[in-house]
Each structure stands twice: as C-alpha cells, then as structure tokens.
Design a protein around this ligand. Structure first.
Ligand code: APR
Length: 245
C-alpha cells in the first residue's frame, strides 16, 4: 500500500495530530526500543523500567536512565523534528497541529514545536517517589547516583512512565481531546506495540481523519485503520510531507 509522497496540503485540515515514536529520534543518534539495536533488547526491562522496579530499587532505575539522559544530552533534533515544528508555525489561527510523542527526549520542543503532549513523560524532569516535588534536569550534569528529594528526603526518579504505570491524566486528556476532532492523523517512527498510543489511529479513523503510517518497516500485523503507508526514514519523509512553506 506504499504510495508516492506528495506534500500534505495543510490548508485542508484544522486538527492535525502527529503521533511520534523512537524512530523519529533515530537520526539524532538515539536508540529505538525494539528491533535491531533496540534498548529493550539489551536491558533487563523488568529490573529497570517497570513499576515493580521503581518500588524495589529506585537507585537502579535512576542509574539506568542516567545513561540514557547522557545520550539525550548530546543529541540534537533532526530534519524530522524540524519539519513538524515548521508545519506548526505555518498554520492559520483556526488550525492546530498537536504532536503526541511517546519519546522522552524533548527533541520536538528543542526543534521549536509548541504543542507537544509527552505521553510517556520526559527525561528532562525528575519527581519524588513519595511527595509532589518535581524539578527540571540539566541533562548535561545529571547525577549517576540517585539523589534524595530536597523536600521530603525520599528518593527521586525520572519523570517517565514505566511499564505497568498509568499515563499522566493531563497527557491522556490532551491526546484524546486532539484525537476527537482530528481530521489528519499521522503515526511516525513507532512500532505500534504499546497502548494506548497504538490505538490512537482507531480514534482518529472514528473521527473521520485521513490516516497515514510513516515508518522504516510496515506494521506487523498491519492495522487496517491506516489508509496510507509511507515506508522510509522519518528524517526524509517528514520534510517531504511537510515541506518548508
Ligand atoms: N525512520 C522511521 N522509522 C524508524 C526509523 C527511522 N529513521 N528508525 C527506526 N524506525 C522505526 C522502527 O522500524 C520501529 O518500527 O521506528 C519504530 C520504533 O519502534 P519502538 O522501538 O517500538 O519505539 P516506540 O514505538 O516509540 O515505542 C513505544 O515503548 O517501551 C516503550 O516507552 C517506550 O515510548 C516507548 C514505547
């Protein structure tokens, strides 16, 4: 079902939603989670990235994510992130483009995107495992050892959503609000294996949106809710779909 890439005629749409995954940050040198070189293929996921892991040993979880934070600290946004930020800036006042990202690297914002829903949280913030304390992190100088909360002395954790943890109510609300009115939906660089994001295309289809899947490889199994598929690199296809205007 792969089709030639023609630029999206932005003027046709009022509520655009672009769901992004790790494939969008691959060209920035960051690992994806699954597939060749995937982070979860090299990690004891249960011991480092689950609700049970944070309950059992927050220090181990902190140190695991500290390494990823260092990689993110030296990563720059790529032409895929840039194309989406530029498309947002080209919109008229009655139009919106919401980026819903499963990525925790903050590279959409670094590229200048304004409406970004961070569905799985962000490495650029920490929060307390016990109280409401949160703080922004300078990723270039993040500690390898887990620090204590300055407010209550419990341990801090990265503000990311681990396996078996709920999404933030606000992020889920913002995502669903955009999807309800969506008339153009793209999923880019995501394997579609994590819910609820994997189901967003069905909400978009239900709302009557044009639905497009952009990825290096086809979805396995295919999802009939996607009516168009473009196979290739996000850093090439996003600038082709959303060229500078
Ligand atoms: N361009 C487009 N797609 C790419 C590129 C690229 N340059 N490089 C890799 N891909 C594709 C891969 O083929 C794969 O289908 O990106 C997809 C990445 O899939 P995952 O590694 O599963 O990442 P993602 O879908 O974002 O994972 C979802 O899983 O563990 C959780 O919280 C984690 O947010 C993550 C979630």
């Amino acid at each position: 079902m792969s089709t030639a890439v023609s630029p999206i005629e932005l003027w046709r749409y009022t509520e655009i939603v672009v769901l992004t995954g790790a494939g969008v940050s691959a060209a920035s040198g960051l690992p994806t989670y699954r597939g060749a070189g995937g982070l979860w293929n090299q990690t004891d996921v249960a011991g480092h990235a689950t609700a049970a892991a944070i309950a059992a040993d927050p220090r181990k979880v902190w140190t695991f994510f500290a390494r990823l934070r260092r990689e993110v600290a030296s990563a720059a946004f790529n032409p895929g992130h840039h194309a989406l930020a530029q498309a947002q800036r080209a919109l008229q006042t009655h139009q919106r483009l919401t980026v819903i990202t499963q990525n925790v690297d903050g590279l959409h914002q670094a590229a200048g995107s304004a409406r970004v829903v961070e569905l799985h949280g962000t490495l650029r913030r920490s929060r307390c495992t016990a109280c409401d304390f949160t703080r922004a992190e300078d990723l270039t100088s993040v500690e390898l050892d887990c620090p204590a909360c300055p407010s209550c002395a419990a341990l801090l954790r990265p503000d990311v959503v681990l396996f078996d943890e709920p999404l933030s109510v606000r992020a889920e609300w913002e995502a669903k609000t955009a999807l309800r009115a969506c008339d153009l939906f793209l999923a880019v660089g995501t394997s579609g294996s994590v819910y609820p994001a994997a189901n967003f295309v069905r909400s978009a289809e239900y709302a009557g949106a044009r639905t497009i899947y952009v990825n290096l490889e086809p979805l396995d199994p295919p999802n009939p809710a996607f009516k168009e598929v473009h196979l290739g690199r996000a850093e090439e296809l996003l600038p082709a779909l959303f060229p500078a205007r």
